[in-house]
Design a protein around this ligand. Structure first.
Ligand code: M6R
Length: 614
């Protein structure tokens, strides 16, 4: 899960590559590099660190070349250092290559190539690929385009690659399998290549998403040519991008994460608009309507996802069981794919993913597809691999999420899953019209309620100030709030590096209670609803052991206020909608703690936004 960019056209490449890499830096930031052709020579600049470090390496004299490639890395094979940074070059120094993905059989290919005299400089799988292409080109006496195709037919794994050859400054070769890649076609035979559309949107709206196992040649003389791995010609399908440039900029906020937290009233509204009709009392979702019979009769729903999306899946489990009375199993995609799971052709599998590129989720989808299940995707990125691999689905309309910590994607996912659960409950005739209408109205009031919670920011910041130096934190919730406890803990650990655990509140007495002392902040979601009394008892258990309670309570609450050390009030809503409102202060809390500890909230250490490797 690295970011790759390429440019070939009428303007100098440098600015385009640097800007493109900065936009893709969320995908990985262990090292950065670029290659271009100048005076007939292949020039490679690369270093450990971020794009800004690469700019320092290039220095004040910027290249004037009109062709080049760039890479920002999330390390898989080989530690982050200058040598392992991309681009990697062939043995004779004529070909440079950038890669996002993993070549699984690289070790055996490397051994074979070494036996034939190839010498490797790095520990990466990518360097093996560029040597293989060189080897094939020399042995078969074929063009670079053909050599790439032949070489790729020998490799196993995932790749999105761009290849640059110093003997041809008018051409780039591109290929993809299981890693994302998009080609932008500019007005004057300018070509832009990138892992996603964000580096392209500024220059053109016309794009071609390459399919798996396609190899493309972009050439200033002959334009775009695509073949599949079996060398059959493919017709490029040009699509118009809908992305807006403002959506991928910080818009006055210090970080993407803070901007994205504050965008939630709008992203929630966008994820409801056009689906809920209060007049007719109906929910319109084409992915459900088109497969109505399957949804009516499915004996079971399986949900596969990772990380925050998995937490949204847990909320969905409660929703489907409560509204639609369908048994649900929520699975970590990475575990699901490596068991021998029981999947019936009558099952419906919901795959949830913000990026739509998560490798484990994609693999789980493929497995469930092979077994005949109907696959429904809940994705944020339009045209992403998961959205294309599923039979049907519903997009979350959260807009681009760039901060590595997922915030607005989570609330949008829950909102979309909520509508799916309600719609299916209606179709199965297991929910009353009165209840549906009330819940639909509550759903519609969420943007305003979330707006109201965002106004508690100053209180949350003051609490963060007190606990910024803690080394552990416990998050507790019951029922619908249990997944929120998990999500709050994940947010804190991933951006502030504080160890945090989420637990069902009642489970605390079965172990974690041993951790509680006067230094332990315990964040409890204690809103009014089905489990309120029980959670109050859990708070008392913590207080009896001198733990520090930070409680998220319903506005006007007096009981918890009387026993907690700090409270954050949120507006009253139906139990089933509490996760969408109560997660906001937890997002803000982790944001403030991380900022106070001097952490980079948008690019936390060791992480990347889309995990396109296993
Ligand atoms: O793009 P996806 O939703 O498939 O990503 C899944 C996880 O990698 C992601 O939610 C991750 O856990 C986030 N960093 C959490 O904030």
């Amino acid at each position: 899960m690295c970011g790759i960019v390429g440019y070939l056209g009428n303007e100098p490449v440098y600015e385009k590559v640097i800007k493109g890499l900065s936009r893709l830096e969320y995908r990985g930031y262990d090292s950065a590099g670029m290659a271009y052709i100048e005076d007939g020579e292949l020039v490679v600049k690369k270093c450990k660190g971020k794009v800004v470090d690469l700019e320092n390496v290039v220095g004040s004299v910027k290249p004037l070349s009109h062709i080049g490639i760039g890479h920002t890395r999330w390390a898989t094979h080989g530690v982050p250092n200058d040598v392992n940074a991309h681009p990697h070059c062939s043995g004779d120094g004529s070909i440079a290559l950038i890669h996002n993905g993993i070549i699984e059989n690289y070790a055996s290919i490397k051994q074979e190539l070494m036996n034939r005299g190839h010498v490797f400089l790095s520990d990466t799988d990518t360097e093996v690929l560029v040597h293989l292409i060189e080897d094939v080109r020399n042995a078969e006496k074929v063009s670079l385009f053909e050599a790439v195709r032949l070489a790729l037919s020998e490799v196993h794994g995932a790749y999105a690659i761009v290849v640059l050859d110093k003997s041809n400054a008018d051409q780039l070769i591109v290929a993809k399998k299981s890693s994302p890649l998009v080609i932008g076609i500019g007005a004057q035979d300018d070509f832009y290549i990138a892992s996603d559309a964000t580096p392209i949107i500024e220059y053109t709206k016309n794009v071609v998403y390459l399919n798996d196992e396609e190899v493309a040649r972009v050439d200033r003389k002959t334009g775009l040519t695509i073949v599949n791995i079996d060398n059959q010609s493919q017709t490029p399908y040009i699509q118009a991008l809908e992305l807006k440039l403002e959506a991928i900029e910080k818009g006055g906020y210090d970080s993407f994460m803070l901007k994205e937290i504050h965008e939630q009233p709008r992203s929630i509204e966008d994820s409801i608009r056009g689906r809920v009709n209060l007049k007719t009392g109906l929910i319109k979702m084409s992915g459900i309507d088109e497969h109505e019979e399957r949804w009516k009769t499915a004996p079971r729903i399986l949900i596969v996802a990772c990380g925050t999306s998995w937490h949204a899946g847990l909320v969905a489990e409660y929703l489907f069981e409560d509204f639609a009375r369908i048994p649900v199993e929520v699975e970590y995609a990475s575990e699901f794919r490596y068991r021998n799971p029981i999947i019936y052709p009558t099952d419906i599998v919901i795959a949830i993913s913000q990026s739509g590129e998560t490798a484990d989720t994609l693999a789980a989808i493929e497995l469930a597809k092979e077994r005949g299940a109907l696959i429904f995707g809940v994705c944020n990125v339009v045209g992403s691999s998961i959205s294309r691999a599923t039979h049907c689905g519903a997009y979350t309309h959260a807009g681009p999420e760039i901060g590595v910590a997922s915030t607005k994607a989570f609330t949008a996912q829950v909102v979309v899953l909520y509508q799916i659960a309600l719609s299916v409950a209606q179709k199965r005739g297991v929910i009353s019209n009165e209840r549906t209408t009330r819940l639909m109205a509550e759903l519609g009031s969420l943007p305003l309620k979330v707006e109201q919670v965002l106004k508690t920011n100053a209180i949350t910041e003051a609490i963060a100030e007190i606990y910024q130096h803690c080394s552990n934190a416990l998050y507790l919730g019951r029922g619908y709030s249990f997944p929120v406890a998990l999500e709050g803990a994940l947010k804190l650990k991933e951006i502030s590096y504080i160890h945090a655990e989420g637990y069902p509140a009642a489970e605390m007495k079965h172990g974690p209670i041993a951790l509680i002392d006067e230094n332990m902040p315990v964040i409890v979601i204690a809103t009014e609803g089905a489990s309120y009394e029980k959670v109050v008892s859990n708070i008392q258990e913590v207080k009896a052991r001198k733990g520090q309670i930070i409680a998220i309570v319903t506005e006007g609450d007096k009981t918890v206020k009387g026993m907690a050390d700090h409270v954050i009030e949120i507006p009253r809503t139906d139990d089933s909608l509490v996760p969408i409102v109560s997660v906001i202060p937890l997002q803000l809390f982790s944001y403030h703690v991380a900022i106070m500890r001097g952490c980079n909230v948008d690019q936390p250490r060791n992480l990347a936004k889309s995990v396109t490797v296993e």
